[in-house]
Design a protein around this ligand. Sequence first.
Ligand code: PMP
Ligand code: GLU
Length: 402
Amino acid sequence: MEKTPKNLLSERVNNLSESATIAMARKSRELKAQGIDVISLSLGEPDFNTPDFIKEAAKEGIDQNYSKYMAVNGYEDLRTAICDKFKRDNDVSYNVNQIVVSTGAKQSIANVALSLINPGDEVIIPAPYWVSYEEIFKMAGAVIVPIETTIENDFKITAEQLKNTINEKTKLMIYSSPCNPSGSVYSKEELRSLADVLVQYSSVVVVSDEIYEHINFTDSYFSMAAFDDMYQQVVTVNGVSKSFAMTGWRLGYIGAPEWIAKACTKIQGQFTSGASSISQRAALAAVSSSPNVILPMKEAFLERRNFMLKELRNIKGIKINEPKGAFYLFPDVSELFGQHFDEKTVNNADDLCLFLLEEAKVALVTGNAFGSPNCIRISYAASMEQLKEAVYRIKSAISQLN
Ligand code: PMP
Ligand code: GLU
């Protein structure tokens, strides 16, 4: 066989898709470097700086020589603070041996996938879902079983749908609430109805990704692990990237039954030896602080959401629900499919994103990457000024379609 790079690479990597969110962000950076004025609403990343008290904690960590290898699952004082956080915010009791600190929630999820999945195991993922769930679990050998939702039911699955999908081959289910990309938040009652199905399959592990927990515009939040009868089945994923504007610090964590936490630590011990010491010192300050410290960021996100909703609802062909959390809008744009611009036809969400990048110079992400081909994702984690300009450009580009 010819020795092309593709032939030399593993099937694992050849079968892996590049993260669509990261790919779009890269494309907009490249265009910007060429001097093209692109507004990137593609990446889910707070545009705020990390709060000063967290930066100070990191500086102290450097001065106090937190520079050696630590326990693979994280410093004990950080894991203690994470246990306190879970009790304070989520009414879930974990001990320090149930916590694993990792290099971002992304690695936390990869640890869980590699710890639990055997080739052929089925993993249920309500769609739309965050791009990386599918690829991480596929890489671990899982068969992905999506459950479709639509804008009409606020992109949330029902107990009935779950009952019709779950079976003896199901190993795991993963979802996020608030959801990336739909912004939907499951209420306690909705989670209870799903739990009633899940408890009947006690070997199925449920991964509850709560990374957008604090960017929640409803007045309540509920964690699946807080149901006593689900506690032994749930891995709770969280991290500091979104809530504390710390995406670059790469720090996430899980709370889990001890046997899963141990397995994740074993995997991590061979892959990374643990998260960066300085990021861990910073995270200790973040998770120990009152959630009120990030209220100004949350208020800014809410103002931007309301602005974007009002403006986008006026654009013909865009159907949009009211996201209750995170910082994304996920409009259904299928009414625009089949419309033309010059010689070109917008056949699907990929085409529409390309059209908006080329004609409006606004970078968004196709819903295809999130398992919902009728939609596109707009991140409103950008300044009001950028959002106003982006909306203006999107409106005028779409008005040229016919
Ligand atoms: N889960 C969801 C739903 C996300 O949107 C992200 C975004 N980065 C992550 C997990 C991973 O976060 P990080 O690795 O930055 O902690
Ligand atoms: N989670 C963010 C997003 O969905 C960051 C990029 C990524 O990690 O995929 O845009």
